[in-house]
Structures are given as structure tokens and as C-alpha cells.
Design a protein around this ligand. Structure first.
Ligand code: ZN
Length: 271
């Protein structure tokens, strides 16, 4: 395990050396003070086209994110930060059968996480996105219908990403600033379009393979064995029976906190 952790740390250092613009919040996991952002926010009405792709004319609104987001060639695999910090991510939701249980556990331990949502799931569960916003979680874009992007043309990819950013903006209160390709299958168009929409690509370090329903204990073991500074953990709150994922979080989250880990979410800084 030590060897594995060293490898993870080496990887994290490499990402840091690449000049990534991400940083982790340093709010301790059990710190009662809420992080300054995102926090509760009004569910404002926005122009439907506020974050749509624009021609590169330089006439975007002041502070528009797209011009500042780099086009990467690989997704980020870790989130470097000082100390024993990790990020928990949950994909494919929200699902009213499982997402509330995950949110309840995170709230119980005052921990923030990332949810890479699919637009078609978010559309019918806007209340869950609003809850994520209210409780300080970060919502990322995981496409509309979870296709294999490498088999789609550029127009379809763009549509998948744009529609999802739109529904997230409406339900969560702001457009997503993170993107994760379904199945971890990235291509050049996904990196380019994601950057144009102001999103950084985030993959993961530790895959719990929870979607195979390997048993709650196995999921817990995979998280605990993979725990190391900068690690991003992949789990799922939708796409099948995720009751094992919900139960596993209840077990490994207090364990990680007892081991001195801070579970937090990345904050995008200026590029
Ligand atoms: Zn997925």
C-alpha cells in the first residue's frame, strides 16, 4: 500500500507541476464554519443563452469563464492540496432513491463533495440540485444522456454538454465549472468544448467500481486502501442499485475523518 501511495503522490506532484489552476479549500472536514462559497444562493433566473458557446469575438460578458479555461490534453486525476486532503465524487445522478442518503451522510459529518450529474437525471430532480447548492456541494457536468463521447460527432458532444450546463445553471444556481466524460472516455472535442464552456476536466484517482455491486465492504476497502493526499474518489449515486454505495459512505467517511483526512471540494482559481 505504501508503494501505491507513493505512486499516487508522485502523480499528484506531476499534476501540480503542470500548473493546474485548481486548489482545494482548506476548511477542515469537521470545522463547523461553512466555506465562504458556494453556500446558499438564490435560484436566479438567467438568460437561457448566458453560457452557451459563442464565436471567439471577444465580446463575451465581463468575467465570462470560457476565455480563461485552458484546453487540456488529459483530465486532472488528482487535486493537489496541502495536507491530508481528499475529494469524494458521485456520478450519474441525481437519483431520488440514493442521492438523498448520500447527502444526509455528508451533512451529518459536515463534508462537501462533488456530484457529476447527467442532465436527463437533473431535469426531473431539480430539488436535489438545489439541495446540493444549499449544502455547499460542487455540481459538475457529466453530459445529458451519458453517451460514449468518442463515438459522437462534435455537434452531438456540444449539445450533450450545453444542455447539461443549462439545466445545472437553472437548478443549482450557476453553471458547472467541472466536466467529467462518461466512462472516462475523453477526446479532443470534449476537452475543447469543455474549456469553451468554462469547465475543467476532472477524472479520478481511486475507482471504487461500486457500479459492479461488489459488496459494501469491498467498496469501503477500496476507498480506505486508496486513501492518500490529493486523491479523487469515484463512486455513483445513480445508474443502477446504488444502496451499497450509500451504505459504504456511511462506513468509510467517519473512518477517513478519524484518520485525519479532510474531505473537501476543489475551488477553481484564476488561470
Ligand atoms: Zn458516469
Amino acid at each position: 500500500m505504501l508503494t501505491r501511495r507513493r505512486a499516487l503522490l508522485a502523480g499528484a506532484a506531476a499534476v501540480g507541476a503542470a500548473g493546474t489552476a485548481v486548489a482545494l479549500g482548506t476548511v477542515p472536514a469537521r470545522e463547523p464554519v461553512r466555506p465562504p462559497a458556494p453556500g446558499p444562493r438564490p435560484h436566479r433566473a438567467v438568460q437561457p443563452s448566458a453560457y452557451r458557446l459563442r464565436p471567439l469575438t471577444g465580446y463575451g460578458p465581463p468575467g465570462a469563464a470560457p476565455a480563461r479555461t485552458p484546453v487540456r490534453r488529459e483530465p486532472l486525476l488528482h487535486v493537489p492540496a496541502p495536507g491530508r486532503t481528499m475529494v469524494l465524487t458521485f456520478d450519474d445522478g441525481p437519483d431520488p432513491r440514493y442521492t438523498p442518503g448520500i447527502l444526509d451522510t455528508l451533512a451529518r459529518y459536515d463534508v462537501r463533495a462533488m456530484f457529476f450529474v447527467c442532465g436527463e437525471m437533473a431535469e426531473n430532480n431539480r430539488d436535489l440540485l438545489a439541495r446540493m447548492a444549499d449544502e455547499g456541494h460542487v455540481v459538475g457536468n457529466h453530459t445529458w444522456s451519458h453517451p460514449l463521447l468518442t463515438r459522437l460527432g462534435r455537434r452531438r458532444i456540444r449539445r450533450e454538454m450545453e444542455r447539461t450546463s443549462e439545466i445545472v445553471d437553472r437548478a443549482y444556481g450557476e453553471p458547472p465549472r467541472w466536466f467529467r466524460a462518461p466512462y472516462g472516455a475523453w477526446n479532443r472535442a470534449a476537452f475543447q468544448l469543455g474549456a469553451e464552456l468554462g469547465m475543467e476536466p476532472l477524472a479520478w484517482t481511486v475507482d471504487t467500481l461500486d457500479w459492479t455491486e461488489p459488496g459494501t465492504r469491498t467498496i469501503v476497502d477500496r476507498v480506505e486502501d486508496g486513501a492518500a493526499p490529493g486523491v479523487v474518489v469515484l463512486s455513483h449515486d445513480a445508474g443502477g442499485d446504488r444502496s451499497q454505495s450509500v451504505r459504504a459512505l456511511r462506513s468509510y467517511l467517519p473512518g477517513l475523518l478519524d484518520s485525519g483526512y479532510h474531505l473537501t471540494v476543489p475551488r477553481r482559481g484564476p488561470a
